[in-house]
Design a protein around this ligand. Structure first.
Ligand SMILES: CC(C)(COP(=O)(O)OP(=O)(O)OC[C@H]1O[C@@H](n2cnc3c(N)ncnc32)[C@H](O)[C@@H]1OP(=O)(O)O)[C@@H](O)C(=O)NCCC(=O)NCCS
Length: 208
C-alpha cells in the first residue's frame, strides 16, 4: 500500500486548492449540512502562510486537508475545513491531519486556546484524544468574524435564535494552561497509539 504523507502545506501545494474546495462542497452536500464556504484563493492563501496541513500519497495524489485560523487577536485558534478524500477515509488520515494541525497551532500560537465546532463523531473522538473538552459556546471566541462563518450553515437560524449560546454543533476547547499540570504532549506516544505506521500514514513535522 502506498504511503500517505501528512505535512504542513506550502505555496507549491496551491495546485490542489480547486480539488480541495470541490470536495468540501460535495461532502457538505452529501451530509446535508451547510459549511463555511471557501474559495481556492482562500485555501492557497492559507498554504502560503504556513497555516495549513495537507495529506498526499507519495505519488502526489491529494488525500486530505485542514487549516488553522486565529480569532480574537490570537487569543483563540480554530482548526477548520477538515476534509479527507472519500477513497482514503477510514485509514486514520483525519486523525493524522488533526494531530498535525494541533501541533502547528501550539507551535505558532503557544498561548492561544484551540477550539472547534463539530457535529461529527469522528472529529469529537479525535479532539477528545488530543485533550479537548466539550464547552458551552460562551467559552469560545466572541469574535463576530468567526461566527459569520456559520452563516452558510443550514442551522444558522437556530444559532441566531439561541443568541449564539448553543446550536447543533458541539463546541470543543483545549486550553494550553492545562499543560502546566499535565506537561507537554508526548507526540511519539500519541502517534504509536494512533497506529499511523501500521496504516501507512507518515507524519512529517519539524518542531524547530
Ligand atoms: C470526517 C472525516 C474528515 C474523517 O476522515 P477519516 O480519515 O475517515 O477519519 P479517521 O480514519 O482518521 O477516523 C478518526 C476516528 O473516527 C473513527 N471513525 C471512523 N469512521 C467512523 C464512523 N463512521 N463512525 C464513528 N467513528 C468513526 C475512527 O475509528 C477513528 O477513531 P479511532 O482511531 O479511535 O478508531 C471524513 O469522513 C470527511 O472528510 N468527511 C466530510 C467532511 C467532514 O465531515 N469534515 C468534518 C467537519 S467538522
Amino acid at each position: 500500500m502506498e504511503n500517505i504523507i501528512v505535512r504542513i502545506a506550502n505555496e507549491d501545494d496551491g495546485k490542489y486548492s480547486q480539488e480541495i474546495v470541490d470536495e468540501m462542497a460535495s461532502s457538505a452536500k452529501a451530509r446535508g449540512t451547510g459549511i463555511a464556504k471557501r474559495t481556492p484563493e482562500y485555501v492557497s492563501g492559507k498554504m502560503k502562510e504556513g497555516k495549513a496541513v495537507i495529506a498526499l500519497t507519495e505519488s502526489g495524489q491529494w488525500v486530505g486537508f485542514c487549516y488553522i485560523e486565529c480569532w480574537g487577536h490570537e487569543k483563540f485558534v480554530a482548526n477548520s475545513g477538515l476534509i479527507v478524500s472519500p477513497e482514503f477515509r477510514g485509514r486514520g488520515v483525519a486523525k493524522a491531519i488533526k494531530f498535525t494541525a494541533f501541533r502547528l497551532s501550539r507551535k505558532k500560537f503557544p498561548s492561544a486556546k484551540i477550539f472547534g465546532l463539530t457535529t461529527g463523531l469522528q472529529v469529537m473522538k479525535i479532539n477528545h484524544e488530543l485533550g479537548y473538552s466539550p464547552v458551552p459556546f460562551s467559552e469560545l471566541t466572541d469574535d463576530d468574524e468567526f461566527w459569520k462563518g456559520c452563516q452558510s450553515c443550514v442551522n444558522f437560524p437556530t444559532l441566531t435564535a439561541k443568541n449564539r449560546k448553543n446550536c447543533l454543533c458541539t463546541g470543543m476547547l483545549y486550553d494550553p494552561e492545562w499543560e502546566q499540570e499535565t506537561g507537554p504532549k508526548d507526540w511519539n506516544k500519541l502517534y504509536e497509539k494512533a497506529k499511523f505506521a501500521e496504516k501507512n500514514v507518515v507524519v512529517q513535522f519539524d518542531e524547530n
